[in-house]
Ligand binder design. Structure first.
Ligand SMILES: [Zn+2]
Length: 337
């Protein structure tokens, strides 16, 4: 059974490639966060190793290979992560990729290397990858995962089969996820709101269903940001200090904070240009309307650009406290307007 939902054309493409024995040896799965990129990578790893794939035209989920890949214990599946691992990309590429790639698979049919956040890769890392992407061993599949394809070198792109994971637009498919889940949403959480907030990112819905605190943390972040722009410089600096600490704790959460806050500002922009139906954070509409009355469209466009550059600076390893201080001191306080 394919775990990837809502991306039928991508799955059909993989099925046909396996059937016609023309599956690429290098893939680049690209798309926004939580659109199911890692799930697809694991689906491909299972599809090429499943003992009963031909019979089912999908991973069976029951053979030893499927079970061990799902549980993360299959010795032929190697996971590299350029954002969250303690080892540097160079160390990971040397130890978990180059030292392994020419060894025969131990228990499966194919060795699969899944490399996340390849947009963080610098040219010296890319060079380590390039040679193997040019002539990968017959039984190896390399799957690169990236949110931002614009940062990936053309020499890498041209050697990979790109699979795009767009947000899912089928609302009924997203709403059905709640019915088929083992978890229950708390009473004060409406599934329709979660679907709206997901912006079609199926993985985000899975996360909130299994951990509703994610929704409440997001609302806390909005409360604190609203309070920061409605209060004095001290309150804003305190908020930026909290964000910097969160970023230092886990970069993934830090980047997610920036994305979440940017959706709030895009909503403010939608209100200002009279496009309220496009607002995502509908549960906060009334208060956002009040705040938006203190800003001009131009202000908000500038602020969104500031969030985008803050994200770039965080990626470039600029001191997070400096990045957030600059960002929040640059936003006019409602007190001053
Ligand atoms: Zn199987």
């Amino acid at each position: 059974m394919w775990q990837t939902k809502g991306h039928d054309s991508v799955i059909d493409f993989i099925k046909n490639s396996i059937e016609s024995k023309r599956l690429a040896h290098a893939f680049l799965i690209s798309g926004p966060s939580y659109t199911g990129k890692t799930t697809l990578a694991f689906d491909i790893a299972k599809a090429v190793n499943c003992l009963y794939f031909i019979k089912n035209n999908a991973p069976c989920e029951e053979c030893k290979n499927c079970i061990r890949i799902s549980s993360g214990t299959h010795t032929d599946i190697h996971i590299l992560d350029f954002l969250n691992s303690k080892s540097s990309p160079i160390e990971q590429l040397r130890e978990d990729f180059l030292a392994q790639i020419y060894k025969k698979p131990y228990e499966g049919k194919h060795k699969v290397f899944i490399i996340s956040y390849v947009d963080r890769m610098r040219s010296e890392h890319a060079n380590l990858l390039l040679k193997t992407l040019e002539e990968p061993p017959e039984d190896v599949i390399v799957i690169l995962i990236s949110e931002d394809i614009s940062n990936i070198l053309d020499t890498i792109l041209s050697r990979c089969q790109t699979l795009n994971m767009y947000p899912v637009s089928d609302v009924s498919l997203l709403e059905n996820m709640f019915e088929h889940s083992d978890h229950q949403l708390p009473d004060n959480l409406d599934s329709k709101l979660i679907v709206k907030l997901s912006r079609g990112r199926i993985g985000w819905i899975y996360r909130v269903i299994s951990n509703p605190d994610l929704f409440f943390n997001m609302q806390n972040l909005f409360d604190d940001m609203e309070s920061a722009i409605e209060n004095s410089v001290e309150v804003r600096l305190k908020f930026s200090d909290r964000l910097a600490k969160n970023f230092k704790n886990t970069q993934l959460d830090g980047f997610s904070d920036i994305d979440i806050m940017t959706t709030w500002w895009r909503d403010i922009l939608m209100i200002l240009i009279g496009n309220e139906t496009e607002v995502i954070n509908i549960n906060r509409l009334d208060h956002m309307k009040y705040i938006s009355s203190h800003f001009t469209t131009n202000n908000v466009v500038q602020i969104i650009k500031m969030f985008d550059s803050a994200k770039v600076n965080l990626r470039l390893n600029t001191n997070p406290l400096l990045v957030y201080d600059n960002l929040f001191l640059g936003i006019p306080s409602i007190l001053e307007t």
